[in-house]
Write a protein that binds this ligand. Structure first.
Ligand code: NAP
Length: 494
């Protein structure tokens, strides 16, 4: 394996790299428990300094007056820098999150693509000239908000960071990024590249630390004019309340408990491969994990056997091993939480079809591993079928007909994603319309495109990420009227 330099214990605060003045937090490689780095959190004075520097940098004519194509050029340079450092960034993320290198390499590529995409979108996004309705010309223009508070989770840091930083910078703002306390390393490395690419350093601060302290300070900071959050629904509620009190916009990408639907005519090979990928890739730590697997009751046993055999054959190992399909969970504490939720499923009456425990291989003994697990025998309203586990745990649920299927698929507080496996496009479209979800995949799963908006309905989110119009969600709309009448307004005239 290539040598791994220990990242310095420094964070960028308003353009100056410095030691955080909050508590130190260890970044642990969950594949073997070794400490990768120790990073001090930001304290409230550093949040304050970052916000002040961000506001000043956003208002500085050197940034504010850049034309869209000039800002776009900087974003393209960031994309180039990410691509040049792709293998280091992927390895850093694998060491900090446990994800397989193939996955972290894809996330790094996606981050570069995100910067390039928003550069292109910025250059081509047009303003509006609404039809005239009087002796005036009206323009609808879009201006930067100023300072954006971006808060991201630990499961896919560089990709989720880029999905906020790139459109926010494209829109002309500064960003205060709060990565998850356990996984700040790749976000810090990304900030170095953003600065090195020529983006004024005060425009991006990365402020790691506990969410309830640093995240809270960012959300409440009077200079922060918008919150862009990805994480759990419980935290989303907290941030939504703060945004409501402050009357600032907030976009939220939250949790899920997504249905994956096998129709009677599904192609077995594709469906099994897609379902296993949908629930067990990223070790199930994915907001869009297809964790409720609906099977036609008449063929339930056959599908259940195929899926159980497939899950049992997946290769566990460290993310740095190219043959690994399922890496460790991101932290030991999270592994224990997942194990606890499977124990609770047993108490609810679940049958464990495969997995359901920590692997006993000595090769994996030092890591935060958990076997790919399939559960059966639960009703759709069991806690295990309602709460997000965020681990390698899927529940098999039988259905009788389409009405029963739709009712069960929608019997959840969440509405993030849905998978449908069928050869019948009419049925696919019917289900895509009737299942409450922000994204529906038909005969595929967990595919992403930065040019396609991503959102959740119900308790899975508010607003959208991705797509060219995401730039607009980081701007304020303003209407400008240019009077065209030759005569004064008559009302005040005698
Ligand atoms: P989380 O606990 O909600 O944390 C997400 C981020 O919010 C972290 O940076 C966290 O900091 C911070 N935070 C926590 N409490 C906060 C508070 N009171 N004020 C401000 N910030 C706070 O979620 P997670 O466990 O890291 O991530 C998993 C969740 O994210 C799952 O529910 C998953 O579905 C969701 N997710 C959704 C999407 C999507 O696009 N819909 C994508 C990925 C993940 P700490 O470092 O202290 O935790």
């Amino acid at each position: 394996m290539q040598p791994f330099p220990v990242p310095p214990d420094e964070i960028p605060v308003g353009g100056v790299w410095q030691r955080g003045r909050g508590s130190a937090s260890r970044c642990v490689d969950p594949a073997d428990g070794s400490v990768v780095a120790s990073i001090h959190a930001a304290d409230s004075a550093q949040v304050d300094a970052a916000a002040a520097a961000g506001a000043a940098a956003a208002a500085d004519p050197a940034w504010r007056d850049l034309l869209p194509h000039q800002r776009a050029r900087l974003l393209c340079r960031v994309a180039d820098a990410i691509e040049e450092h792709a293998s280091e960034l992927a390895l850093l993320q694998t060491r900090n999150t446990g994800k397989a290198l193939a996955e972290t390499s894809a996330l790094v590529a996606s981050a570069a693509g995100t910067f390039r995409y928003y550069a292109a979108a910025l250059e081509t996004l047009e303003g509006e000239l609404p039809p005239r309705r009087g002796p005036h010309l009206t323009m609808s223009v879009h201006e930067p908000i100023g300072v954006i508070g971006a808060i991201t989770p630990w499961n896919s840091p560089i990709a989720s960071d880029a999905q906020k930083i790139a459109p926010a910078l494209a829109a002309g703002n500064a960003v205060l990024l709060k990565p998850a306390e356990a996984t700040p390393l790749v976000s810090l490395a990304l900030a170095r590249l953003v600065h090195a690419a020529g983006v004024p350093a005060g425009l991006l601060s990365v402020l790691p630390g506990p969410g309830s302290v640093v995240g809270d300070a960012i959300a409440r900071h009077p200079r922060v004019g918008k919150l862009a959050f990805t994480g759990g629904t419980a935290t989303g509620r907290v941030l939504g309340r703060i945004a409501a009190e402050r009357i600032i916009p907030v976009t939220m990408e939250l949790g899920g408990k997504s249905p994956t639907i096998v129709c009677p005519d599904a192609d077995a090979e594709s469906a099994v491969a897609g379902i296993l990928y949908g629930i067990f890739s990223s070790t199930g730590q994915s907001c869009i994990a297809g964790s409720r697997i609906f099977l036609p009751r008449a063929e339930y046993s056959a599908w259940s056997r195929l899926l159980t055999e497939g899950a049992g054959a997946l290769r566990l190992g460290p993310g740095t091993d190219p043959s690994t399909q399922v890496g460790p969970l991101a932290t030991f504490a999270h592994r224990d939480r997942v194990a606890g939720m499977v124990d609770r499923a047993r108490d609810e009456g679940a049958r464990v079809l495969c997995g359901g425990r920590i692997p006993d291989s000595p090769r994996l003994a030092q890591g935060a591993y958990y076997l790919p697990t399939l559960l059966a025998g639960l009703a759709v309203d069991a806690k295990t079928c309602q709460e997000e586990i965020f681990g390698p745990v899927g529940v098999l649920l039988p259905y009788d007909d389409e009405e029963d299927l739709v009712a069960q698929a929608n019997a959840t507080a969440f509405g993030l994603a849905c998978g449908v496996w069928t050869e019948d496009y009419r049925r696919a479209l019917r289900l895509a319309q009737r299942v409450e979800a922000g994204t529906v995949w038909v005969n595929t799963y967990k595919q992403f495109s930065i040019s396609t908006p991503f959102s959740g309905v119900k308790e899975s989110g508010l607003g959208s990420d991705k797509g060219r119009l995401a730039i607009r969600s980081y701007q304020r709309q303003k209407s400008v009227y240019l009077g065209l009448a030759e005569e004064p307004i008559g009302w005040a005239l005698r």
